[in-house]
Design a protein around this ligand. Structure first.
Ligand code: SF4
Ligand code: SF4
Length: 161
């Protein structure tokens, strides 16, 4: 019997009702307005309103930013969507290198044990370096190659907390 080849359709995801990356869990400056923990984006309407300047939002960070859940449906399960899991996962690069790691930021709640367990298992299995936030403070689980570089990033971040 001959096999039928089906076209491979890449899974795509949408932000939908999620606005976690605009709520101040990540730090950014949008036009001249700073966003940081305790200070959501100035242009985010409370409730279901979303971005009030969507068509005119700046390229950096707004248009360019996508979280890892949105970017990589093959890796990150549906239930890790930021507004369901209360974590935002972002792929990051060490300055002046091609080395990457993932930043896991608490977004509205303490990092859940089941979420942390899934992330640890994935990081260990894939030899992926991570920097994760637990109870506000940042920690790392990194390959020897990245350990020192991520530790330096963490020291700076934890100084601000
Ligand atoms: S956190 Fe991710 S899924 Fe949520 S709005 Fe931002 S990019 Fe979209
Ligand atoms: S300008 Fe809009 S897209 Fe950009 S952070 Fe603010 S609410 Fe989000």
């Amino acid at each position: 019997m001959s096999k039928i080849s089906l076209p491979v359709i890449a899974a795509t995801r949408k932000c939908g009702s999620c606005s976690k990356c605009c709520e101040g869990w990540l730090e950014a400056t949008i036009y001249d307005k700073k966003m940081h923990p305790g200070q959501p984006c100035f242009f985010l309407e409370k409730g279901e309103g979303g971005c009030t300047i969507y068509a005119d939002r700046p390229k950096n960070p707004c248009v360019d930013y996508t979280c890892a859940w949105l970017d990589d449906p093959e890796t990150f399960p549906t239930w890790l969507k930021p507004n369901l899991s209360n974590v935002i996962i972002t792929e990051k690069k060490i300055d002046n290198s091609d080395l990457t790691y993932y930043e896991i930021v608490e977004a509205g709640a303490r990092l859940d044990a089941a979420v942390l367990q899934w992330i640890f298992m994935w990081a260990l299995k894939t030899q992926t370096s991570i920097m994760y936030q637990l109870d506000g403070k940042f920690h790392t689980l990194a390959t020897p190659q990245l350990d020192a570089a991520i530790a330096a990033v963490i020291t700076e971040k934890n100084k601000k907390i």
